[in-house]
Design a protein around this ligand. Structure first.
Ligand code: ZN
Length: 212
């Protein structure tokens, strides 16, 4: 039988094995960058996790560029803002290729991109290009739309990334872990911005039961 201590020890070993998101500098001379994807439903803390990693890179005095799609105008034109108003300044861009215009490949060490699901498919090549140039690329986005379908370029980004983290919300109906963003107002557009109240996070079981 496992004691509490042995469970604790195996948990610590597990955490140590998750050798990721270290604020070590990407090795530019060897062109060793990488891609981290943070994905999950609405209210799962994706942006907070992106901000947390970016802040740690700031503490490490790394040169950072932060982007978001110009479509995301919920709170502020130039800030990556999570629901808890923990903000960082970012550059709004209209398409994936525009990111390359802002990034100096020789000096930038970390590129963060929020709401990445809204970008065109070109974002996959852009992320690869940045990582191949030795940059640590951290992106955050919705993995599924309100119908539970993979969102835009997310499947490809998750495939090409070195590290994928799924964040979970809490199901508003049963309290379990939630990974669906159920829309509770009318409308069939895939993109519906601005209304925090327009969605509720649901677990698989609750999402299934209301879609029967
Ligand atoms: Zn539930």
């Amino acid at each position: 039988m496992q004691t509490k201590l042995s469970i604790y020890k195996s948990h610590v070993l597990y955490l140590k094995s998750q050798k990721m998101f270290l604020e070590t500098k990407a090795n530019r001379s060897n062109k060793k960058g990488w891609i981290e994807v943070i994905c999950g439903s609405m209210f799962s803390g994706k942006t907070e996790e992106l901000i947390r990693r970016i802040r740690r890179a700031q503490f490490a005095k790394q040169k950072i560029e932060l982007f978001k799609p110009a479509i995301d105008t919920r709170y502020d034109e130039t800030e990556v803002v999570s629901h808890d108003a923990n903000a960082l300044t970012s550059t709004p861009v209209h398409n994936a290729a525009e990111i390359l215009l802002y990034v100096s490949m020789d000096t930038v060490e970390v590129v963060g991109i929020d709401e990445i699901q809204f970008f065109d498919e070109g974002i996959v090549g852009v992320c690869n290009q940045l990582a191949n140039a030795g940059i640590r690329v951290i992106v955050a986005g919705l993995d599924m739309d309100y119908l539970g379908n993979p969102f835009g370029p997310m499947p490809k980004l998750m495939a090409i990334a070195e590290y994928v983290s799924k964040t979970h919300a809490i199901c508003t109906r049963c309290g379990d872990l939630a990974h669906y963003s159920h829309r509770i107002v009318a409308g069939d557009k895939q993109v519906l911005l601005g209304e925090k109240d327009a969605y509720e996070p649901l677990c698989r079981h609750c999402f299934q039961s209301i879609n029967l």
